[in-house]
Design a protein around this ligand. Structure first.
Ligand code: SF4
Length: 377
């Protein structure tokens, strides 16, 4: 693994040669009706065993290189108690950290307090991702979640007071009872909280979720597109950079960790159901707690061919506003991207722009990215 000395803070450059690590904590205090993630109800009789297994997985697989980002997600990592959190951070101490590391911890609003923030701060966390999703009581009820604007404001003020200067808020939209005015109200409230980063998710109803089982109908496609457009316009007006299809940030607060995924770079995934991409193979961990506790971590391993890697590069990098750097593609694969994919049609009808050494999808076509990819693959 090639290591580099960081001589500048260009985030995308740093993503090219250093790895990230994702750690999955699958426990939640309650289950959201739309959730398709690997999760289970919090039960403290399992957590210490889970953390022991996580430690073994990390010790068996981590190669000791410096990491540029760590992301603790879930599940709900913030639902762990003090002892569990301290054990988790002791395990993670094995990671060598880049001096400019981005270290994210996912929190539920209700778990945020001085005690939690103190532990996070002491452990080096410098980015919080808070899953608010919506402030609308009708949508929250459908999701089996809770959030209150005044509570969010006081919790975020507390985070600021405790020194957290990089906060992401998640927003979900696209419920079949939702209209554009409900969405606008949610966006306005989120903007008043002044997060550095906003991740948006259009609701997808998966069959294996409570919503899927209840046969909840999806939103009308045209309305979904209108909502996406509303989000883009409102956030852009407030100075957020639409740097990835669903992600917006203040300048300089783009997520290293996510850019690393979208640039098709390698990363570790540790924990139940986690995915990783190391030494040219992608792996998926088991979702069975029993198997995981017995040390059977990997469920699937897939060595990627050069063609698959190039296709992944295309699909992931086109999610970024900047798109694909043609020279970087050549350095990675030894092939000119235009000899691999036929861009003639998509460039002619302006689905793809080729400019200043980059190939990218213009923002006004982000919403139809899947259709554009279909023409290329
Ligand atoms: S959405 Fe998050 S908090 Fe809700 S059940 Fe899934 S993992 Fe847990």
């Amino acid at each position: 693994m090639k290591k580099i000395v960081i001589i500048n803070k260009n985030r995308e450059k740093r993503c090219d040669s250093m790895k990230s690590a994702y750690i999955h904590i699958p426990f939640c205090k309650k289950i959201c009706t739309y959730c398709d993630f690997c999760k289970m109800i919090y039960n403290n009789s399992w957590i210490m065993q889970y953390l022991d297994a996580l430690e073994s997985e990390i010790n068996d697989n981590y190669d000791g290189e410096k990491l540029k980002s760590i992301y603790i997600g879930g599940g709900t990592p913030s639902c762990l108690n003090n002892d569990e959190l301290i054990k988790l951070f002791n395990i993670i101490n094995v990671f060598q950290r880049d001096e400019d590391i981005e270290f994210t911890f996912e929190c539920n609003l209700c778990d945020i307090n001085e005690n939690l923030l103190g532990i996070l701060k002491k452990s080096g966390v410098n980015r919080l991702s808070i899953g608010i999703e919506s402030f609308d009581s009708r949508l929250l009820e459908i999701m089996n979640r809770s959030a209150d604007y005044d509570d969010a404001l006081s919790k975020i003020n507390l985070c600021r007071k405790m020194g957290f200067e990089n906060i992401n808020i998640d927003l979900i939209y696209g419920f079949n009872i939702e209209d554009v005015s409900m969405l606008k109200s949610d966006i306005k409230k989120i903007l008043k909280l002044q997060p550095e980063h906003i991740s948006t998710y259009s609701l997808i109803i998966e069959d294996n979720t409570q919503m899927g089982i209840s046969k909840i109908k999806p939103i009308d496609q045209d309305l979904d597109a209108k909502m996406y457009d509303t989000i883009c316009k409102m956030l852009k007006r407030k100075g957020y950079n639409h740097y990835e299809i669903s992600n917006f940030s203040k300048i300089g607060y783009e997520s290293f960790h996510n850019i690393n995924y979208w640039k098709n770079n390698e990363y570790y995934g540790f924990g139940l159901g986690a995915h990783g991409y190391i030494m040219g193979f992608r792996y998926e961990n088991t979702r069975s707690l029993n198997d995981y506790l017995k040390g059977k971590f990997h469920l699937k391993e897939n060595i990627l061919s050069k063609e698959e890697k190039m296709q992944n590069e295309l699909m992931l990098s086109l999610r970024l506003k900047k798109g694909i750097n043609i020279k970087e593609f050549y350095h990675k694969f030894g092939t000119n991207i235009q000899q691999v994919f036929d861009f003639n049609e998509v460039i002619n009808n302006k689905d793809i722009i080729y400019k200043n050494g980059y190939i990218f999808i213009p923002e006004n076509k982000f919403y139809v990215m899947n259709e554009i990819l279909l023409k290329l693959l």
